[in-house]
Write a protein that binds this ligand. Structure first.
Ligand SMILES: [Zn+2]
Length: 171
């Protein structure tokens, strides 16, 4: 049976069950991500391992591994550039804002107040964080003298930190 990532899960229950979820999701399903790409082709491979930390307090957490190849527009020559991304993070589940502040630096805190977590939005947030400030070929044939003002504008538009902070301020 294929793993379904689209259904929200109770992450605390999944942690108790030490659930492992592995599969791939079409990139086209991530609207915010697609906005930054020239084509929504391909999949992201996802590997999620729920469990509890080995350190003292056995905090519910999950390991989130992602890998994908994004297709975007090179900001120098406007040709297509393949941009491989991969990330592997340990996300720590916290129930309130107070606990949020206590999460050690090596973990990524995830606030889950009602035992319900949208894996799709967590995955999309991580994909957005993996984006470069600017897509460009490693060795682009266009000179580096492209209009810098255009580049700055582009950076502001796709910078995932800006996107995320906008989202946070909406809540
Ligand atoms: Zn280029």
């Amino acid at each position: 049976m294929p793993v379904v990532f689209e259904v929200d899960v109770d992450p605390y229950l999944q942690a108790r069950r030490a659930r492992h979820m592995q599969g791939s999701i079409s990139l086209a399903k991530f609207e915010r991500l697609v906005d930054a790409l020239s084509r929504a082709d391909g999949d992201v491979d996802v590997d999620i391992q729920f469990g509890h930390g080995v350190s003292g307090k056995a905090q519910a957490q999950f390991q989130l591994g992602l890998s994908a190849t994004l297709i975007a527009e090179c900001q120098r020559c406007l040709g297509e550039v393949n941009y491989p991304i991969s990330s592997d993070k340990t996300m720590m589940l916290v129930k309130d804002k107070e606990a949020l502040a206590k999460v050690p630096e090596e973990f990524e805190p995830v606030l889950v107040e009602e035992d319900k977590l949208s894996l799709m939005s967590i995955i999309e947030d991580e994909l957005l964080l993996s984006l470069p400030l600017m897509f460009k070929h490693d060795a682009c044939h266009m000179a580096v003298t492209a209009k810098e003002s255009d580049e700055e504008e582009f950076e502001v538009r796709v910078n995932p930190f800006v996107v995320l902070s906008e989202l946070k301020s909406k809540k």
